[in-house]
Design a protein around this ligand. Structure first.
Ligand SMILES: *Cc1c(COP(=O)(O)O)cnc(C)c1O
Length: 343
């Protein structure tokens, strides 16, 4: 076994896409696969989502879109972030669609005009004169995961501003909007986090019918007994009060197991065990209740060990943890599983 193994289950991605399509009740699902598919692998996830009924892909940069375009001809790809003039030319050549948030509307490629209805980031406060290139109008929610009233206000502002253009594709919802705000469906929803089976609300993903696509496994590389007063890790932040068995897992913050995860739980030989001491670049320690053999299996993310719990401990969101899981083959093995077996 390599130091650790990351498994991406494309069957789960398809399942989540179908769950979102049911929630969207006729609106299109556009799969957001920016940041290499939230760390899951953009091309694999894109193929799975398209196979399950998604009708377009959304990314943040022209560079990300070009990577997808090489693998996926003829699929709609929308670049949501800003593009330089050089990137606009590349986008035209690659038949991409761009989002515009001000300035002159570029020519020769399909455009989506973005309105700022309360996000306070990219976007225009009013619609400009639209050109025939404009195929879509969009906005983005600031707090669809936690503030229903503000989200509804954004929906109302967007609906009012775009009412004369209902022949264009209007899209507003992210995952949280798609799952909780029927009024936000319009013609299409841009969903990321839920596609990966992670809860946009930071809660139990299963409550929304979502199935995590990513799991992460390793095994104990060493097991040792700390006598009272002995410690493990940098800074001696965990000192044994009584004879304590600890296991060393060969995964650290360079692999994406963040330094803030001290105190979280992972599953060791089937049981939840606490991560103790400072997480190093390449290793962390778990407190055991007995001696276990080196090689005992460790589940870092998987059944009973949801990314949402780690995010709570680390004071962050699953988005950030997922993007940070390092998949370099020198550090971890990545396995893609499909419903029909392994690729
Ligand atoms: C990232 C992003 C999304 C997807 O958000 P999720 O919460 O992951 O569903 C949608 N729209 C825009 C503009 C984004 O940047």
């Amino acid at each position: 076994m390599p130091r650790s193994e990351i498994t991406i289950d494309l069957g789960a991605v398809r399942q989540n896409a179908r769950t979102l399509l049911r929630a969207l009740d006729g609106a299109e699902l556009w799969a957001v696969v920016k940041a290499n598919g939230y760390g899951h692998g953009a091309v694999d996830v894109a193929r799975a989502a398209l196979g399950a009924g998604a009708t377009a892909l959304c990314v943040a940069t022209v560079g990300e879109a070009l990577v997808l375009r090489r693998e996926l001809a003829g699929i709609r790809i929308v670049v949501m972030g800003p593009a330089s003039s050089r990137e606009t030319a590349q986008a035209r050549d690659a038949a991409l669609e761009l989002v515009v948030t001000g300035g002159e509307l570029p020519e020769g490629l399909p455009l989506h005009v973005k309105l700022d209805t309360g996000m306070g980031r990219w976007g225009l406060s009013e619609l400009p004169q639209l050109s025939p290139q404009v195929v879509g109008l969009m906005t983005h929610f600031a707090s669809a995961d936690c503030d229903a009233a503000f989200t509804e206000l954004q929906v109302e502002r967007f609906a009012a501003a775009t009412a004369p253009y209902s022949h264009l594709t209007r899209h507003a919802a992210n995952s949280a909007g798609a799952l909780r705000h029927p009024s936000a469906r319009f013609d299409a929803a841009r969903c990321g986090i839920a596609l990966y089976g992670l809860s946009p609300f930071g809660e139990d993903a299963a409550a929304d019918g979502l199935e995590p696509a990513l799991s992460w496994r390793s095994e104990l590389a060493a097991v040792k007994l700390l006598e009272p007063g002995e410690s493990t890790g940098y800074g001696r932040r965990f000192v044994a009060e009584r004879p304590t068995w600890i296991g060393i897992v060969p995964v650290g913050y360079a692999d994406g197991f963040r330094r803030g995860l001290t105190g979280t739980e992972v599953r060791v030989a089937g049981e939840l065990r606490r991560v103790v001491g400072t997480i190093s670049m390449d290793a962390f320690a778990v407190e055991l209740d007995r001696e276990l053999p080196p090689g005992a299996p460790v589940v870092l993310v998987g059944p009973d060990v949801p990314l949402e719990s780690h995010a709570r401990v680390a004071g962050t969101i699953t988005y950030e943890l997922a993007c940070g899981i390092e998949r370099a083959p020198e550090r971890a093995r990545r396995v893609v599983v499909d419903a029909d077996g392994r690729d």
